[in-house]
Design a protein. Structure first.
Length: 260
């Protein structure tokens, strides 16, 4: 998993994250708010209500980094990182809806906190949530366990609160900066560590055609494809998804979620 560098936007996110301590303290018991691990399904009407999400206890999941699709050998997992963003997330949601595709949204805690309406819209559309930490620190694997814990658990609390009680089912380390500790912590909280096989490189904005070509060329690497809905102008991503999703269907691919 290649790390993404030069993300100046995350410097501002990190600065905003300094102010989340009080909020996180109020929501640090997020597992008490969270619903059963199986509470999210691919059907748009299958998400739990806030009341239902308050029941049940966290069930640990496997600590290994998952890439496989629950749709089997011909399945693909569309994953969308770094949002939600008020400009680009609604456009991504519309493209997914137009193509009848469900995706996994890996959300940055401060973004979820700032845009709870979008988190709820993602859940209402039948997509799944993934914890992408509070501040998207791609060097967090070099930091203390206590730092990693705060980044992961505070983000999970923020996302769960913003969603109205639906917790993230996965944890994706920024830039792939997993550690044994972070994987074990996430898994113990019911969040399966989530990797990727195909990096669309859309974050670099190489052009719509280049994004599409990268996905097509790297698809043999595996089923989990990485896109972004925040961190800058994502118009190329939206345009690429409009072409890639129908193309994947033409290839006989089915859309699913990463296995749990």
């Amino acid at each position: 998993m290649a790390r993404h560098g030069g993300r100046g936007w995350y410097g501002r996110v990190f600065a905003a994250a300094v102010g989340v301590t009080a909020v996180a303290a109020a929501t640090s018991i997020w597992t008490a708010q969270a619903g059963p691990v199986g509470g999210q399904h691919s059907g748009a009407s299958a998400h739990p209500s806030s009341a239902a999400a308050g029941a049940g206890r966290t069930t640990p999941v496997a600590v290994s980094i998952v890439h496989a699709s629950d749709q089997g050998a011909r399945g693909v997992n569309i994953t969308i990182d770094d949002g939600p963003d008020p400009v680009w997330t609604p456009q991504v949601l519309q493209v997914l809806k137009d193509n009848g595709v469900k995706a996994t949204f890996c959300m940055v805690g401060t973004q979820a906190q700032a845009h709870p309406d979008l988190v709820k819209a993602v859940v209402a559309a039948g997509h799944r949530l993934c914890d992408h930490t509070v501040s998207h620190d791609t060097a967090m694997d070099k930091k203390a366990d206590s730092y990693q814990s705060k980044e992961i658990l505070d983000a999970a609390a923020m996302i769960t609160k913003a969603s109205g009680g639906v917790r993230p089912l996965y944890y994706r380390a920024p830039g792939g900066a997993f550690t044994p500790y972070s994987r074990q912590l996430a898994a113990a909280q019911g969040m399966r560590p989530l990797g990727w096989n195909v990096d669309s490189k859309d974050f670099e904005r190489p052009g719509t055609a280049a994004i599409i070509a990268t996905v097509k060329n790297e698809l043999p690497n595996g089923p989990t494809i990485l896109f972004h809905d925040a961190g800058g102008d994502r118009s190329q991503t939206v345009a690429a998804l409009r072409e890639i999703l129908p193309w994947l269907k033409q290839q006989g691919r089915s859309f699913g979620f990463p296995v749990r």
